[in-house]
Design a binder for this molecule. Structure first.
Ligand code: UDP
Length: 310
């Protein structure tokens, strides 16, 4: 297949490139490098089945030749980005999704939207099944991401219903692993960076808020199974192993041997108090569930960050 990945130089996009190239597919990456990085994909430069095009997908997308699948993974996704670059986030998930859908339609390609657990906002249903409509503050700082991803889902379903486009929607929960940016601002790179520098870990609020962290290889497997399934409605892909961010800090300090402890910092606005996917649909429709434990995934991620810092 000839597969186009928007945001293919990002954390998840670049792991998708590795996977599809290894399986013998042709891969075209579109990325404006706002948060993506060339070093995530530079090992593929010169590969006969790989092409990188520096392009902002909020502008019209022109790609010569056939395309069999469009995976729309372009979007900054860290809460730090929500306050730093809110307008590019709104644009890539609205205008960018429209352009990516238009390309898929023109090429008669299958389309996969990278959506998010953020569509559930600060959830009042726990764990979150796909049938839950969410609890989002549209005008808060997180609203730029949450609402534009909700819009992207609505647009994707409209293209499916009106244009009969073959669409998929994955709702991605917290994911971690190699190629996250150390300065990305999210909890795992923050904690690991701090621990490896011998600094105290910054726990926001009282640290009682929960997340469920999925290792990147499991997540990518879920995306591929969904892409090659027939399921049009959203599917949650994420870990069901829920922990508080305070417990996570203690775990990172233990694994790295960091003796600097923790410091408490203010909780960001609208920070969800709990998050854990109900993955019944992924289990039954895709036969998917995560395999890598948090302990093992953290060890691999810490080893990778250690190498980056050395
Ligand atoms: N968090 C934290 N310390 C940090 C960064 C984040 O305690 O240095 C918390 C944050 O308040 C949130 C959780 O960790 O409750 C996950 O934050 P992240 O930015 O990774 O992503 P989110 O799941 O909120 O989108």
């Amino acid at each position: 297949m000839r597969i186009l990945i928007t945001g293919g130089a990002g954390f998840l996009g670049s792991h998708l490139c590795d996977r599809f190239l290894a399986e013998g597919h042709e891969v075209i990456v579109l990325d404006n490098l706002i948060t993506g990085r060339l070093e995530n994909i530079s090992h593929h430069f010169g590969h006969p089945r790989f092409q990188f095009i520096k392009h902002d997908v909020t502008n019209y997308i022109h790609v010569p030749g056939p395309v069999d699948a469009v995976l729309h993974f372009a979007s900054p996704a860290s809460p730090k980005d929500f306050t730093a670059i809110p307008i590019p986030i709104l644009k890539v998930n609205s205008l960018g999704t429209h352009n990516a859908l238009g390309l898929a339609l023109a090429k008669k390609a299958r389309f996969l939207l990278a959506s998010t657990s953020e569509v559930y906002g600060d959830p009042q249903v726990h764990p979150q099944p796909e049938s839950y409509w969410g609890h989002v503050n549209p005008i808060g700082e997180r609203g730029v991401y949450d609402e534009s991803k909700r819009f992207a889902e609505a647009l994707t379903m409209a293209y499916h219903r009106i244009h009969k486009l073959d669409t998929r929607i994955v709702r991605i929960f917290n994911t971690y692993g190699p190629r996250m940016r150390l300065d990305d601002g999210r909890v795992i790179p923050n904690y690991i960076g701090q621990a490896l520098r011998g600094q105290p870990l910054t726990v926001y609020g009282d640290g009682s808020q929960t997340r469920s962290f999925c290792y990147v290889s499991d997540e990518i497997e879920g995306f591929c199974r969904l892409l090659f399934s027939d399921e049009v409605y959203p599917v949650n892909i994420g870990s069901t192993d829920e922990i508080t961010v305070l417990e996570l800090a203690e775990m990172v300090n233990r694994i790295t041997g960091n003796k600097a402890g923790i410091v408490f910092k203010p909780l960001p606005q609208d920070d969800p108090k709990v998050r854990r996917p109900d993955i019944t649909r992924a289990r039954t429709i895709l036969g998917w569930e995560p395999k890598v434990s948090l302990e093992e995934g953290l060890e691999r991620t810490i080893a990778w960050f250690r190498e980056q810092l050395s």
